[in-house]
Design a protein around this ligand. Structure first.
Ligand code: CU
Length: 264
Protein backbone atom coordinates (compact mmCIF):
# COMPACT_ATOMS: atom_id res chain seq x y z
CA UNK A 1 0.00 0.00 0.00
CA UNK A 2 2.64 2.44 1.04
CA UNK A 3 4.83 1.35 -1.80
CA UNK A 4 1.99 1.75 -4.25
CA UNK A 5 1.20 5.25 -3.07
CA UNK A 6 4.82 6.24 -3.26
CA UNK A 7 5.00 4.93 -6.78
CA UNK A 8 1.91 6.89 -7.76
CA UNK A 9 3.30 9.98 -6.10
CA UNK A 10 6.57 9.54 -7.92
CA UNK A 11 4.68 9.29 -11.18
CA UNK A 12 2.84 12.51 -10.41
CA UNK A 13 6.03 14.27 -9.53
CA UNK A 14 7.70 12.91 -12.63
CA UNK A 15 4.93 14.07 -14.92
CA UNK A 16 5.69 17.80 -14.92
CA UNK A 17 9.35 16.99 -15.40
CA UNK A 18 8.49 14.85 -18.40
CA UNK A 19 6.38 17.64 -19.83
CA UNK A 20 9.18 20.11 -19.32
CA UNK A 21 11.58 17.81 -21.09
CA UNK A 22 9.15 17.35 -23.95
CA UNK A 23 8.84 21.09 -24.34
CA UNK A 24 12.57 21.59 -24.10
CA UNK A 25 13.33 18.79 -26.53
CA UNK A 26 13.11 20.84 -29.74
CA UNK A 27 15.58 23.42 -28.50
CA UNK A 28 17.88 20.71 -27.22
CA UNK A 29 17.77 19.10 -30.63
CA UNK A 30 18.40 22.46 -32.25
CA UNK A 31 21.33 23.01 -29.95
CA UNK A 32 22.99 19.77 -30.89
CA UNK A 33 25.85 21.96 -31.98
CA UNK A 34 27.29 25.24 -30.91
CA UNK A 35 25.45 28.49 -30.38
CA UNK A 36 27.09 31.88 -30.36
CA UNK A 37 25.80 35.33 -29.59
CA UNK A 38 27.23 38.24 -31.52
CA UNK A 39 26.84 41.95 -30.78
CA UNK A 40 26.78 44.11 -33.89
CA UNK A 41 28.72 47.32 -33.41
CA UNK A 42 28.47 50.37 -35.63
CA UNK A 43 30.87 51.23 -38.41
CA UNK A 44 30.98 54.56 -40.26
CA UNK A 45 29.29 56.30 -37.28
CA UNK A 46 26.07 54.74 -38.50
CA UNK A 47 24.50 54.24 -35.10
CA UNK A 48 23.41 50.78 -36.30
CA UNK A 49 23.62 48.07 -33.69
CA UNK A 50 22.12 44.67 -33.13
CA UNK A 51 22.29 41.17 -31.76
CA UNK A 52 22.84 37.96 -33.66
CA UNK A 53 22.44 34.37 -32.56
CA UNK A 54 24.17 31.70 -34.60
CA UNK A 55 23.01 28.20 -33.69
CA UNK A 56 24.45 25.11 -35.27
CA UNK A 57 21.94 22.35 -35.96
CA UNK A 58 23.89 19.17 -36.44
CA UNK A 59 26.81 19.40 -38.81
CA UNK A 60 25.23 21.05 -41.82
CA UNK A 61 22.53 23.47 -40.74
CA UNK A 62 22.86 26.90 -39.23
CA UNK A 63 20.07 28.94 -37.69
CA UNK A 64 20.71 32.68 -37.91
CA UNK A 65 18.68 35.23 -35.97
CA UNK A 66 19.35 38.94 -36.27
CA UNK A 67 17.67 41.83 -34.44
CA UNK A 68 19.17 45.14 -35.57
CA UNK A 69 18.26 48.80 -35.18
CA UNK A 70 19.51 52.20 -36.25
CA UNK A 71 19.57 51.13 -39.89
CA UNK A 72 18.56 53.24 -42.90
CA UNK A 73 14.75 53.16 -42.64
CA UNK A 74 12.83 51.42 -45.39
CA UNK A 75 15.97 50.41 -47.23
CA UNK A 76 17.37 46.96 -47.98
CA UNK A 77 20.52 46.01 -46.12
CA UNK A 78 22.85 43.47 -47.65
CA UNK A 79 24.10 41.22 -44.86
CA UNK A 80 26.68 38.48 -44.78
CA UNK A 81 28.81 36.15 -42.76
CA UNK A 82 32.32 37.29 -43.61
CA UNK A 83 35.58 35.50 -42.89
CA UNK A 84 37.35 32.26 -43.50
CA UNK A 85 36.65 28.67 -42.55
CA UNK A 86 40.23 27.77 -43.41
CA UNK A 87 41.98 29.09 -40.34
CA UNK A 88 42.67 32.60 -41.61
CA UNK A 89 42.13 35.11 -38.85
CA UNK A 90 39.91 38.05 -39.72
CA UNK A 91 38.34 40.61 -37.43
CA UNK A 92 35.96 43.55 -37.53
CA UNK A 93 37.50 46.77 -38.86
CA UNK A 94 37.48 50.21 -37.30
CA UNK A 95 37.75 53.79 -38.54
CA UNK A 96 41.54 53.49 -38.81
CA UNK A 97 40.99 51.09 -41.71
CA UNK A 98 39.71 53.96 -43.86
CA UNK A 99 42.99 53.78 -45.74
CA UNK A 100 42.16 56.39 -48.37
CA UNK A 101 41.13 58.80 -45.61
CA UNK A 102 37.91 59.92 -47.26
CA UNK A 103 35.97 59.58 -44.03
CA UNK A 104 34.08 56.49 -45.18
CA UNK A 105 35.16 52.94 -44.49
CA UNK A 106 34.12 51.28 -47.73
CA UNK A 107 33.64 47.57 -48.33
CA UNK A 108 36.96 47.14 -50.10
CA UNK A 109 38.88 48.73 -47.22
CA UNK A 110 36.92 46.70 -44.68
CA UNK A 111 37.34 43.41 -46.53
CA UNK A 112 41.04 43.42 -45.61
CA UNK A 113 39.85 43.04 -42.03
CA UNK A 114 36.62 41.07 -42.10
CA UNK A 115 37.46 38.92 -45.09
CA UNK A 116 35.39 37.82 -48.03
CA UNK A 117 31.72 37.05 -47.97
CA UNK A 118 31.41 33.46 -46.83
CA UNK A 119 27.61 33.25 -46.71
CA UNK A 120 25.04 35.71 -47.98
CA UNK A 121 22.28 36.07 -45.40
CA UNK A 122 19.45 36.25 -47.89
CA UNK A 123 15.78 35.80 -47.04
CA UNK A 124 15.31 32.98 -49.57
CA UNK A 125 17.14 31.02 -52.23
CA UNK A 126 20.88 31.04 -52.81
CA UNK A 127 23.18 31.93 -49.91
CA UNK A 128 26.53 31.78 -51.70
CA UNK A 129 28.76 34.86 -52.08
CA UNK A 130 27.21 35.28 -55.54
CA UNK A 131 24.07 36.55 -53.80
CA UNK A 132 26.08 39.14 -51.87
CA UNK A 133 24.11 42.04 -53.30
CA UNK A 134 20.94 40.25 -54.32
CA UNK A 135 19.04 43.10 -52.80
CA UNK A 136 15.62 41.71 -53.67
CA UNK A 137 16.43 38.83 -51.30
CA UNK A 138 17.99 40.91 -48.55
CA UNK A 139 15.97 42.13 -45.58
CA UNK A 140 14.93 45.76 -45.37
CA UNK A 141 14.71 47.91 -42.29
CA UNK A 142 11.27 49.09 -41.26
CA UNK A 143 10.25 52.76 -40.99
CA UNK A 144 11.97 52.92 -37.59
CA UNK A 145 15.21 51.48 -38.96
CA UNK A 146 14.69 48.11 -37.28
CA UNK A 147 15.31 44.80 -38.96
CA UNK A 148 14.42 41.25 -37.90
CA UNK A 149 15.79 38.25 -39.69
CA UNK A 150 15.67 34.54 -39.14
CA UNK A 151 16.62 31.74 -41.42
CA UNK A 152 17.94 28.21 -41.09
CA UNK A 153 20.58 27.69 -43.76
CA UNK A 154 22.11 24.59 -45.24
CA UNK A 155 25.86 25.02 -44.76
CA UNK A 156 28.99 22.94 -45.18
CA UNK A 157 30.43 21.19 -42.11
CA UNK A 158 33.41 23.57 -42.43
CA UNK A 159 31.14 26.46 -41.52
CA UNK A 160 29.88 24.73 -38.37
CA UNK A 161 33.44 23.76 -37.47
CA UNK A 162 34.72 27.34 -37.83
CA UNK A 163 31.60 29.21 -36.74
CA UNK A 164 33.45 31.40 -34.29
CA UNK A 165 35.85 32.55 -37.00
CA UNK A 166 33.04 34.20 -38.93
CA UNK A 167 31.69 37.74 -38.54
CA UNK A 168 28.31 39.22 -39.29
CA UNK A 169 28.29 42.40 -41.38
CA UNK A 170 25.35 44.52 -42.48
CA UNK A 171 25.71 47.12 -45.22
CA UNK A 172 24.04 50.41 -46.08
CA UNK A 173 24.59 53.77 -44.39
CA UNK A 174 22.80 57.11 -44.36
CA UNK A 175 25.25 59.79 -43.17
CA UNK A 176 23.02 62.72 -44.19
CA UNK A 177 19.98 61.12 -42.57
CA UNK A 178 17.63 61.52 -45.52
CA UNK A 179 16.41 57.92 -45.18
CA UNK A 180 17.68 56.78 -48.55
CA UNK A 181 20.88 55.84 -50.31
CA UNK A 182 22.15 58.83 -52.29
CA UNK A 183 25.42 60.00 -53.78
CA UNK A 184 26.24 62.38 -50.92
CA UNK A 185 29.30 60.27 -50.17
CA UNK A 186 30.09 59.60 -53.80
CA UNK A 187 29.99 56.45 -55.86
CA UNK A 188 30.49 52.93 -54.59
CA UNK A 189 33.98 51.64 -55.30
CA UNK A 190 32.25 48.38 -56.25
CA UNK A 191 30.11 49.92 -58.99
CA UNK A 192 30.09 53.62 -59.96
CA UNK A 193 26.38 53.39 -60.74
CA UNK A 194 25.70 52.77 -57.05
CA UNK A 195 25.97 55.20 -54.16
CA UNK A 196 28.72 54.51 -51.67
CA UNK A 197 26.01 54.69 -49.02
CA UNK A 198 24.40 51.51 -50.35
CA UNK A 199 27.43 49.25 -50.09
CA UNK A 200 29.50 50.62 -47.19
CA UNK A 201 29.33 48.48 -44.03
CA UNK A 202 27.05 49.82 -41.30
CA UNK A 203 27.99 47.39 -38.54
CA UNK A 204 30.06 44.30 -37.77
CA UNK A 205 30.07 41.72 -35.01
CA UNK A 206 32.41 38.98 -33.87
CA UNK A 207 31.59 36.00 -31.71
CA UNK A 208 31.74 37.06 -28.09
CA UNK A 209 31.36 33.74 -26.35
CA UNK A 210 29.83 30.31 -26.50
CA UNK A 211 26.30 29.97 -25.20
CA UNK A 212 25.16 26.46 -25.99
CA UNK A 213 21.44 25.98 -25.67
CA UNK A 214 20.79 29.56 -24.65
CA UNK A 215 17.61 31.36 -25.55
CA UNK A 216 17.70 33.44 -28.71
CA UNK A 217 17.75 37.16 -28.16
CA UNK A 218 15.14 39.56 -29.40
CA UNK A 219 12.03 37.43 -29.27
CA UNK A 220 12.18 36.14 -32.82
CA UNK A 221 9.72 33.37 -33.61
CA UNK A 222 11.41 30.00 -33.16
CA UNK A 223 10.89 26.39 -33.95
CA UNK A 224 10.26 26.46 -37.69
CA UNK A 225 13.18 24.15 -38.36
CA UNK A 226 12.64 24.93 -42.00
CA UNK A 227 15.43 25.59 -44.42
CA UNK A 228 13.19 27.82 -46.47
CA UNK A 229 13.83 30.88 -44.39
CA UNK A 230 11.45 33.54 -43.27
CA UNK A 231 10.10 35.91 -45.83
CA UNK A 232 9.34 39.39 -44.63
CA UNK A 233 6.35 40.63 -46.60
CA UNK A 234 6.81 43.66 -48.77
CA UNK A 235 10.33 44.26 -47.63
CA UNK A 236 11.52 45.44 -50.99
CA UNK A 237 8.63 47.60 -52.01
CA UNK A 238 10.72 50.64 -51.11
CA UNK A 239 14.00 49.30 -52.46
CA UNK A 240 14.13 50.06 -56.12
CA UNK A 241 17.88 50.39 -56.09
CA UNK A 242 19.72 48.36 -58.69
CA UNK A 243 22.15 46.85 -56.26
CA UNK A 244 22.02 43.62 -58.19
CA UNK A 245 24.28 45.24 -60.75
CA UNK A 246 26.97 45.51 -58.13
CA UNK A 247 26.95 41.80 -57.40
CA UNK A 248 29.47 41.23 -60.15
CA UNK A 249 31.71 43.98 -58.85
CA UNK A 250 31.52 42.57 -55.36
CA UNK A 251 32.42 39.13 -56.65
CA UNK A 252 35.50 40.58 -58.32
CA UNK A 253 36.45 42.37 -55.13
CA UNK A 254 35.93 39.15 -53.25
CA UNK A 255 38.11 37.14 -55.56
CA UNK A 256 40.78 39.81 -55.38
CA UNK A 257 40.63 39.75 -51.59
CA UNK A 258 40.83 35.98 -51.55
CA UNK A 259 43.91 36.03 -53.71
CA UNK A 260 45.55 38.61 -51.50
CA UNK A 261 44.58 36.59 -48.43
CA UNK A 262 46.10 33.50 -49.94
CA UNK A 263 49.18 35.34 -51.06
CA UNK A 264 49.58 37.10 -47.75
CU1 CU B 1 29.09 41.95 -46.17
Amino acid sequence: MTVQRTTRLAALVALPAALTLAVAAPSLAAGSGKAYQIDLEQLNDSGASGTVMLSAQGTNKLNVKIEAEGLTPGQPHAQHLHGSTEGIDFHCPDASDDTDGDGILNNTEATKDYGDINISLTTSGDTTPDSGLAVDRMPAADAQGKLSYERTLAVSPDVIEHLKDLHVVQHGIDPNGNKKYDFGKGKSELDPKLPQEATAPTNCGMVMGAAVGSVPVGGVETGSGSTDGMEAPGMFAAGGLTLVAAAGALTVARQRARRSAQNG
